[in-house]
Design a protein around this ligand. Structure first.
Ligand SMILES: Cc1cc2nc3c(=O)[nH]c(=O)nc-3n(C[C@H](O)[C@H](O)[C@H](O)COP(=O)(O)O)c2cc1C
Length: 338
C-alpha cells in the first residue's frame, strides 16, 4: 500500500486528475491499469443529480468494474444538494460502487463561478465548510472518504486556498488536492509550487491526518521529483500530461511501442462507444484520441483524420494509418497541452 485516505488503500501516489472530456470511464480504466493510484470522474452537478436523478447524468457517473478505486467529483453551491446527491448515489446499487466523493472548488468556468460553485467557493470559506459537512454527513457510516480539490487562490496573487483548505478539513475532508494556479489563471502560466507548499505545511500542522496531494504541470519524473521536493506533499495528481499517455503512471514511461499505443487507443474507443453508442461516442473520440497523436512525423495528418470520425470502422482506419506511419515510439514525445 502506497497511500491511505481514510479506509481507502491506494497502491500508487500518482493519481489521475478529473478532466471534463478526459477522465471518462473508458480512459480512467486504462489509467488505472497503467498504475494510477486513484482515478476521479469529471465534475458532475450535485443539483443535476438531485433534480434529474441518475439517468440523465449516467454517462458522467458510470464506473467500470475494473477501475477502482474511483472518486466521483461533484460541484455545486448548496450544501443540501451535495447531501441529496450523495444519498441518491448511495441508494442506487450500481452507483453506490464509488470509492470516494470529491468536491470541486477549482472550476474556473464563468457559468459555474457565477452560480457560486467551483472556484467561487474559494471566496466563501463558511460555505465551503458547510458543503464539506453536508457531504461528510451523507457519507457517514459508509467508510467512503470525502476528498476535495481546490486552487491556491482566486485572483492573481490570491491565496484564499489556505483558509478554505482548513475549513474543508474542519468539515470532514480526508484528502485535499491543491492545483497551483488561481482561478484567474485558468490553465495559463505555471503552477506555483511554493504556494502549494504553504498550504501543505499549514495543514500538516493544523490537520495532520488530511492527505495532501499536489497538482499542476507534472509531466515527467523530473517535474514530479521537483513537485514532491518543493511542496512536501506525499502524493501527486497528473492531468493533461496523462491524456493519450496513460503509461506516464508506470514510472513515468515516456512512450511505448506502436502496437501498444494502438491497442490502448482501440480499447479507449471501444469503451467509449459501449457507453455512449457509436454516433455520440465517435463524436467525442474526435477530441479524445488526439492526444495520442502527437510528437511524431505524420501526427498532424492523423489528428486531422480524427475530426471526421463517425463509426468504429473510421477508428480502425485511423489506427491502420497510424500503424503505417514511421514508428512514433522512436520519436521524442511532446506533452499534450489542451
Ligand atoms: C479540459 C480540462 C478539463 C478539466 N476538468 C476538470 C474537472 O472536471 N474537475 C476538476 O477538478 N478539474 C478539472 N480540470 C483541472 C485538472 O484536474 C488539473 O487540476 C489541471 O489541469 C492542472 O493539472 P495538470 O497540469 O496536471 O493538467 C480540468 C482541466 C482541463 C485542462
Amino acid at each position: 500500500m502506497a497511500l491511505r485516505i481514510g479506509s481507502l488503500e491506494l497502491d500508487s501516489r500518482l493519481l489521475f486528475a478529473p478532466i471534463a472530456g478526459g477522465s471518462t470511464p473508458a480512459y480512467r480504466r486504462i489509467a488505472r491499469r497503467y498504475g494510477a493510484g486513484l482515478v476521479v470522474s469529471e465534475l458532475v452537478s450535485a443539483r443535476g443529480i438531485v433534480r434529474q436523478g441518475i439517468g440523465r447524468n449516467y454517462r458522467y457517473l458510470a464506473m467500470a468494474p475494473d477501475e477502482h478505486p474511483v472518486a466521483l467529483q461533484l460541484f455545486g453551491s448548496e450544501p443540501a444538494d451535495f447531501a441529496g446527491a450523495i444519498r441518491i448515489l448511495l441508494d442506487d446499487p450500481g452507483m453506490a460502487q464509488f470509492d470516494a466523493i470529491d468536491l470541486n472548488l477549482g472550476c474556473p468556468v464563468p457559468k459555474v463561478v457565477r452560480s457560486g460553485a467551483g472556484a467561487a467557493l474559494l471566496l466563501d470559506p463558511p460555505r465551503a465548510e458547510a458543503i464539506a459537512r453536508a457531504a461528510a454527513g451523507a457519507l457517514a457510516g459508509t467508510g467512503k472518504p470525502l476528498t476535495a480539490k481546490l486552487r491556491i487562490g482566486f485572483e492573481a496573487g490570491g491565496e484564499q486556498g489556505l483558509e478554505v483548505a482548513r475549513r474543508l478539513a474542519d468539515g470532514g475532508v480526508q484528502a485535499l488536492t491543491v492545483h497551483g494556479r488561481t482561478r484567474e489563471q485558468y490553465y495559463s502560466g505555471t503552477a506555483d509550487r511554493a504556494a502549494i507548499g504553504r498550504i501543505v505545511s499549514a495543514l500538516a500542522k493544523s490537520h495532520p491526518h488530511v492527505v495532501m496531494i499536489a497538482n499542476g504541470d507534472v509531466d515527467s519524473a523530473a517535474s514530479a521529483a521537483d513537485m514532491y521536493r518543493q511542496t512536501g506533499a506525499p502524493a501527486l495528481m497528473i492531468g493533461r500530461a496523462a491524456l493519450g499517455r496513460p503509461w506516464i503512471f508506470r514510472d513515468f514511461t515516456e512512450t511505448v511501442a506502436l502496437d501498444e499505443r494502438i491497442a490502448v487507443m482501440r480499447e479507449h474507443a471501444e469503451g467509449t462507444v459501449r457507453l455512449l453508442g457509436e454516433e455520440q461516442g465517435c463524436r467525442e473520440l474526435r477530441a479524445e484520441l488526439q492526444p495520442y497523436l502527437r510528437g511524431f512525423t505524420g501526427a498532424s495528418r492523423l489528428r486531422r483524420q480524427t475530426t471526421t470520425l463517425t463509426t468504429l470502422s473510421d477508428v480502425e482506419a485511423l489506427l491502420a494509418a497510424l500503424a503505417a506511419t514511421e514508428q512514433p515510439d522512436q520519436q521524442p514525445e511532446t506533452v499534450p497541452r489542451r
